[in-house]
Design a protein around this ligand. Structure first.
Ligand SMILES: [Mg+2]
Length: 179
């Protein structure tokens, strides 16, 4: 029995909240998987969207990732509601060029998956394919200053996970790298 005076958190609640908030903010796992396919299709021609969804799910199952998703979405929501302190409110609302904490939070996701994740993150941030176009459109009244980087980081991490697993498969390694 847990002691009511001691803080404890059910990990399943964090995972569930992450899923729910991504979808409330208009991001489906398939949208992220499409970014992964975009990143990896040239390297692994047989790769399918279903394969990519499996890797996106694996990335999303990690607490570091869930923490970043929830923190980023919370800050975006507070900015939409005008509840941040000035001048942070205006910086996040307008996705100010010199404000880079959104990218830094997203790097906490990429850090789990090594240098391939890192380079792919920079690449999707530059090219902004698929769902990143909508998240960056700034026309629908929603603010996704943090979420766009987080979605890019999840896709980049899943791409890295694929690259490491495919290499391990080629080498006949039975214990897959990068959970
Ligand atoms: Mg951003």
């Amino acid at each position: 029995m847990s002691n009511p005076g001691i803080y404890s958190l059910n990990s399943a609640h964090v995972a569930q909240a992450t899923d729910e908030w991504l979808s409330k903010r208009g991001v489906a796992k398939r949208d992220i998987a499409e970014l992964v396919l975009f990143l990896q299709k040239d390297y692994f021609p047989g790769l399918t969207i279903e394969d990519c969804i499996v890797h996106v799910d694996a990335v999303l199952s990690k607490r570091e990732v869930q923490n970043a998703v929830l923190t980023g979405i919370q800050l975006d929501l507070l900015a939409e509601e005008g509840k941040l302190i000035p001048p942070l409110q205006d910086m996040i609302k307008h996705d100010e060029g010199l404000y880079g904490c959104d990218e830094i939070l997203a790097l906490s996701i990429v850090n789990v998956y090594g240098s391939i994740g890192f380079t792919n993150f920079g690449y999707v941030d530059k090219v902004k394919p698929g769902i990143l176009v909508r998240l960056n459109s700034k026309t629908d009244g929603e603010i996704h200053t943090f979420l766009d980087d987080i979605v890019g980081a999840i896709a980049a991490s899943a791409a890295s996970r694929i690259a490491h697993r495919k290499q391990a498969e080629r080498e006949g390694v039975t214990t897959p790298p990068l959970d």
